[in-house]
Design a protein around this ligand. Structure first.
Ligand code: NAG
Ligand code: NAG
Ligand code: NAG
Ligand code: NAG
Ligand code: NAG
Ligand code: NAG
Ligand code: NAG
Ligand code: NAG
Ligand code: NAG
Ligand code: NAG
Ligand code: NAG
Ligand code: NAG
Length: 474
């Protein structure tokens, strides 16, 4: 029994010696091997897309170790640095290209050049975690997990997975600018996976815009897609929504386009100044005409308007609108000047005229006037025939009237009848006066008729009067 217990004791001693020495050896090698890694603290990945972890490392005497080693393996551990634990996961082992929990992982960096850059493909929500890098140089070379728990120079990376992309960041030198100043707009979007970079598109691009787009590396070596637009602010860009759209290639039907919009405020002197006239620039007398001065300017609140009439030095009115009752004295050329603190602009002149009557009215006047004259002349003709000549002459007269209507109108209107009526006019009332004026209308002078009264009602009176007179006379 004693001998057996002795051998047992010896066995324990040997075991503990081996254990202690192995700890010593391990501690020794740990002291010797200084190692570090550089990678971003966090990367934000998008589901259905890929994510690149930029990664470099260093190990003391790395060149020697590398030259001695037959192989160098890079390993990514998920959740914990203790890969032997149950809840840990060896997501990737470059040695046998083991991939667990991911559809694909590629170490794109060359480990022999201390580059452990890795791309994780087809990211899913459950990939959100902390990841540890481990290096193994075989055989009997350096083996260590770059665990930051014990040394600040050993970094780890957290992959944060999002289901929808982050809207791009849109920066401007200044969003409130004077016309013609150069504006720089910079739209930047995260590019978590430069292997499958997003694309940027702009909308409402100013005319003079110059756009450059490129991937740029941030200090933590992750990348962003920058699209910079430089343009000269035009008044046309005022209050325009300029937007930057970013589209991510994704293996999912989820929204892959996000947009950010800015509105530019451009300050400028009045532009496109012009006058609108209501109802029209050619109206009958006594019409209330409203002139409106339209202009684009910024700031528009502070814009004021001044009205001028050609031939008058002083402004005739202030304000966006001005109204006037048209008469023969206030016809002429009008213009307005729009002004804000950045300058002023004059509109083109508009011509305000008195229109005697519309085309259709003129046609009605002409036709009915002609008819009336015809009746009038015929009546006079018959009257003369009855008093002076035979029934044969009567027939001829009628033929002449139909054949050469216009000639006869001219002859009678200008000479005998007109003069004979004029003598009546002075003695009698307005109706007679109207009659005389009407015969003048036939020869083309329509002006006075209108300036006195409403044209259409007056005409009706003339017609009736003319017939009545004739009937009475006949
Ligand atoms: C790697 O580390 C060694 C010593 O620790 C240092 O001399 C060397 O410059 C480092 N190399 C790089 C690329 O950082
Ligand atoms: C990685 O794979 C190699 C080769 O199969 C193996 O020897 C090594 O133990 C693996 N590393 C880990 C951490 O599983
Ligand atoms: C994530 O979920 C998918 C399916 O839902 C599964 O195949 C994969 O193994 C999971 N990955 C991890 C790292 O848990
Ligand atoms: C590491 O490798 C990646 C992928 O090949 C490359 O883009 C990157 O420039 C490399 N980094 C260094 C520091 O060489
Ligand atoms: C990695 O780098 C080493 C040393 O610079 C070079 O010999 C080797 O060809 C590289 N491997 C790859 C896959 O580029
Ligand atoms: C801006 O440029 C336009 C076109 O070159 C010019 O007509 C305008 O006067 C300029 N405006 C200012 C405020 O300089
Ligand atoms: C705007 O961008 C242009 C060209 O990239 C540059 O020359 C200019 O200095 C920039 N202006 C400002 C205010 O950043
Ligand atoms: C930008 O994206 C929005 C949706 O977010 C879309 O309605 C719009 O048409 C896109 N514009 C461009 C220029 O792609
Ligand atoms: C774009 O603009 C940003 C911010 O002004 C600047 O940091 C970046 O260098 C610019 N990129 C290019 C390609 O001009
Ligand atoms: C003319 O019309 C304007 C707008 O309808 C009105 O404000 C103004 O009082 C009118 N003028 C007259 C004299 O009726
Ligand atoms: C038009 O002007 C003349 C002379 O200036 C004046 O006698 C007349 O009363 C004015 N008529 C109207 C309608 O204003
Ligand atoms: C119109 O605005 C300008 C600039 O804001 C100012 O200098 C001017 O006095 C204003 N004119 C009137 C009549 O208010």
């Amino acid at each position: 029994m004693s001998s057996s217990s002795q051998t047992l004791m010896a066995g324990i001693q040997i075991t503990s010696f081996i254990f202690i020495s192995s700890v010593l050896i391990h501690t020794c090698s740990a002291d010797v091997d200084i190692y570090s890694a550089v990678m971003p603290e966090t990367v934000t990945a998008l589901t259905g897309s890929c994510v690149q972890i930029p990664c470099t490392f260093n190990v003391s005497n790395f060149e020697d170790k590398r030259n001695e080693a037959k192989s160098i393996n890079g390993i990514w551990l998920k959740k914990t640095s203790k890969f032997a634990y149950d809840d840990s996961l060896i997501a990737f082992n470059s040695s046998k290209n083991i991939i667990r929990g991911f559809s694909d992982i590629q170490m794109t960096g060359n480990l022999s050049e201390r580059n452990c850059t890795t791309v994780f493909y087809n990211i899913m929500m459950n990939h959100s975690d902390l990841y540890y890098f481990r290096l193994e140089m075989e055989p009997n070379g350096f083996r260590a997990t770059f665990n930051p728990d014990t040394d600040n120079s050993r970094k780890t990376v957290r992959i944060t997975v999002k289901d929808s992309p982050q809207p791009p960041e849109l920066k401007s030198t200044d969003l409130e600018v004077m016309e013609n100043t150069t504006v720089n707009l910079s739209c930047s979007a995260e590019a978590p996976c430069p292997k499958q970079p997003p694309t940027i598109s702009w909308s409402n691009i100013p005319e003079s815009a110059h756009i450059t787009t490129q991937l740029q590396e941030k200090p933590d070596k992750t990348q962003s897609l920058f699209s910079n637009m430089t343009f000269k602010a035009s008044y046309m860009d005022h209050r325009k929504n300029i937007s930057c759209n970013v589209t991510y290639p994704r293996k999912t039907s989820k929204d892959s386009t996000v947009e950010t919009t800015v509105m530019l405020q451009v300050r400028f002197s009045p532009k496109e100044t012009h006058i609108t006239v209501n109802p029209s620039a050619s109206v009958s007398v006594n019409t209330n005409v409203t002139l409106t001065c339209k202009s684009k300017g910024s700031p528009s609140r502070e814009m004021n308007f001044t009205w001028y009439k050609r031939g008058q030095e002083m402004p005739i009115a202030q304000g966006k609108k001005t109204s006037l009752i048209v008469n023969h004295n206030n016809t002429g050329s009008y213009l307005c000047i729009a002004q804000n603190k950045h300058g002023k602009q004059s509109s083109a002149e508009i011509q305000l005229t008195v229109e005697e009557s519309g085309f259709s009215q003129r046609v009605i006047y002409g036709c009915t006037g002609g008819l009336l004259a015809f009746f009038l002349l015929s009546a006079v003709f018959f009257y003369c025939m009855r008093t002076k000549t035979s029934s044969q002459a009567h027939v001829i007269g009628r033929d002449q009237a139909t054949d050469k209507n216009s000639d006869m109108v001219a002859v009678y209107a200008n000479s005998s009848i007109a003069t004979s009526k004029k003598s009546e006019k002075k003695e009698t009332d307005d109706l007679h006066y109207g009659e005389i004026d009407f015969s003048k209308l036939q020869t083309g002078d329509m002006t006075r008729e209108h300036s006195n009264n409403g044209p259409q009602t007056e005409y009706a009176e003339i017609q009736v009067t003319g017939r009545n007179n004739k009937n009475q006379k006949c």
